[in-house]
Design a protein around this ligand. Structure first.
Ligand code: MTE
Ligand code: MO
Length: 250
């Protein structure tokens, strides 16, 4: 989905995060510099004046929203953990990429109401603007949400993280944020939204991001309760006969 005024940097998969992993999570709110970054196909840079969002599919009022349109709508703020499910090529390997941040943006539900979403719509598809290759697949980064989740108040078209506008690497100027669900669902550089009556059929919803279970693949959606030990880290000396405080988050 190439667009005017858009370019891609660092093409290909990349991950960045603190060297200490979860042991860097010393504060309740994670400073953005300590929050991991993931992209499958590379980072998008697009000027604010070039960005727009197309909304189509099973709805009465298809529309194109520019950044200024979105900025004029009511915004809400939510604090939420942000967690990567790990590599879809190795779904059983724990990666422990997590942080806790404050997102601000326009509830997706307000945009869907304005677009007059049809009662026939059961899934909301969202696509990122980037293009490229991941695991020999060349497809847009497209994800889907059941309409009930898409309409819940905490799901945002986010413009800010921790009080700052989203940087290009963070998915700016606008990304989807799906609190409570794994990061893979929070589509960065969102460029289009489609209301549909079935799941999206692309690789990122079918081949990737389905956890193996005895009854088949289960979409990587809600995060189960988890906790992390921040301190001590595996590299901290722990002295015999001296009490050591063990702490973390849950
Ligand atoms: N457009 C787009 N959105 C994306 C991705 C991507 O590759 N492209 N990666 C997803 C994954 S797997 C995660 S964990 C989060 C990472 O968000 P972050 O880089 O802000 O931490 O973005 C998700 N959204
Ligand atoms: Mo991820």
């Amino acid at each position: 989905m190439e667009r005017a005024g858009m370019q891609m940097t660092k093409k290909g998969f990349s991950f960045r995060g603190p060297d200490e992993g979860v042991h860097a999570l010393k504060t309740w709110i994670t400073p953005e510099d300590d929050l991991f970054l993931v992209t499958h196909m590379g980072f998008v840079e697009i000027g604010s004046e070039h960005w727009y969002l197309d909304i189509d599919g099973l709805l009465g009022n298809p529309m194109r929203l520019r950044l200024s349109d979105l900025q004029a709508m009511p915004q809400r703020e939510y604090m939420s953990f942000h967690e990567c499910a790990g590599s879809p090529l190795a779904p059983t390997v724990a990666k422990r990429r997590i942080g806790n941040v404050v997102w601000k943006g326009v509830p997706l539900s307000l945009v869907l109401e304005r677009a007059e979403i049809s009662s026939d719509a059961s899934y909301i598809w969202t696509s990122g603007l980037e293009w490229g290759e991941y695991a020999e697949v060349q497809e847009p980064y497209q994800k889907d949400l059941p309409v009930e989740k898409a309409l819940s108040q905490e799901v945002l078209l986010a413009l800010e993280i921790n009080g700052q506008p989203l940087t290009p690497e963070r998915g700016g100027p606008v990304r989807l944020v799906v609190p409570g669900w794994y990061g893979t669902n929070s589509v960065k550089w969102v460029g289009s939204i489609t209301a549909a009556n079935r799941r999206a059929s692309g690789a990122y919803t079918t081949r990737f991001y389905n956890d193996p279970t005895p009854s088949g693949g289960k979409p990587v959606w809600t995060v189960a309760p988890e906790s992390v030990i921040v301190s001590p880290s595996p590299y901290d000396p722990v002295l015999a006969d001296v009490p050591t405080r063990i702490w973390g988050w849950d």
